[in-house]
Ligand binder design. Sequence first.
Ligand SMILES: [Cu+2]
Length: 118
Amino acid sequence: MKTTILTLALFFIGVLAMNAQDKNEIKIKTSAQCGMCKDRIEKALAYEKGVYSSNLDLKTKEVTVVYNPKKISPDKIRLAISKVGYQADDLKADPFAYEELPPCCKLPDDKNHQEHQN
Ligand SMILES: [Cu+2]
């Protein structure tokens, strides 16, 4: 029994050490406008394999993503953001997904929706 616990403990320490090695952090500039955008982007990233966590700062519009570089690439992360309707660095938002966004989530230079800005 004692050996089992020891083995398990060593296993978990090993897993933690491995995780520490496979963690990268990246900051991606997005076109997020409000809290809903933040939720939408963070939720989309949560579904991506290899993404540990993401946090979007609405002031800078930058999303900080902690990910496993062996499982996902920065390009794939940007693509996931684009697919829900937002620009990610130089990658343009998917036009169809962008159209589906609520008015308040569209870009400020989109004249039709300017009055909804907060
Ligand atoms: Cu929004």
